[in-house]
Write a protein that binds this ligand. Structure first.
Ligand code: GLN
Length: 192
């Protein structure tokens, strides 16, 4: 089976592990850099991007995850994880991992909409995907090799750039594992 890690420094870890296992993968909560070595893919969960970033620096994950991505191993960033993956963050000079060619804007849906759920089409995934947004970012731009997979209110909320996948919402908080299955198909593609 494919072995997928979920970066377990902060945020929605256990729910991603459960989703991946339901989708047929072996999933591990990753707390040490060495645990990246035998993984086929990695999920960076939602949470608070600034907190996760600090912990990644502290425990040596910044360089290790960059290496992982540069070795063409797939990475899926959800919500804060998408912010961590992005090459550019609106209004900020520096990015975090800076791996995926997207420009993100944090907390993009306003205060009155701190959290909400909508059903939307996601290209190649589902016509009726249930998406849970929690203080979500959105993707303002996708680089020239990137693909837009979903939009909500004209804003890009799912994108792919080669072996990188980003979702602005929390795909681990429902019973629908189709986006996780899509990611596992990406992992399969890059493994062969
Ligand atoms: N607003 C958070 C951030 O900027 C992301 C929220 C989330 O992951 N649910 O990191």
């Amino acid at each position: 089976a494919m072995k997928i890690g979920v970066l377990a420094l902060q945020g929605a870890v256990a729910e991603h592990v459960r989703m991946l296992e339901e989708a047929g993968a072996t999933a591990v909560a990753v707390k040490k850099v060495e645990e990246l070595d035998d993984l086929d893919g990695l999920i960076i969960p939602g949470g608070e991007s600034t907190t996760i970033s600090k912990l990644m620096h502290k425990y040596g994950f910044m360089e290790a995850v960059r290496e992982f991505g540069k070795a063409r191993k797939p990475i899926f960033g959800t919500c804060a994880g998408a912010i961590l993956l992005a090459k550019r963050i609106s209004g900020q000079e520096d990015s975090h991992l800076g791996l995926m060619d997207i420009l993100v804007e944090r907390n993009a849906f306003g205060r009155q909409k701190e959290s909400f759920e909508v059903t939307m089409p996601v290209a190649g995934v589902a016509a009726d995907y249930p998406a849970v947004f929690i203080r979500a970012p959105y993707i303002r731009e996708v680089g020239e090799n990137g693909e837009v997979l979903a939009k909500y209110e004209e804003k890009i909320v799912v994108a792919r750039d080669g072996h990188y996948l980003a979702a602005a919402f929390h795909p681990e908080l429902t019973e629908d594992n189709r986006l996780h299955r899509y990611f596992l198909d990406m992992v399969k593609e890059y493994r062969s």
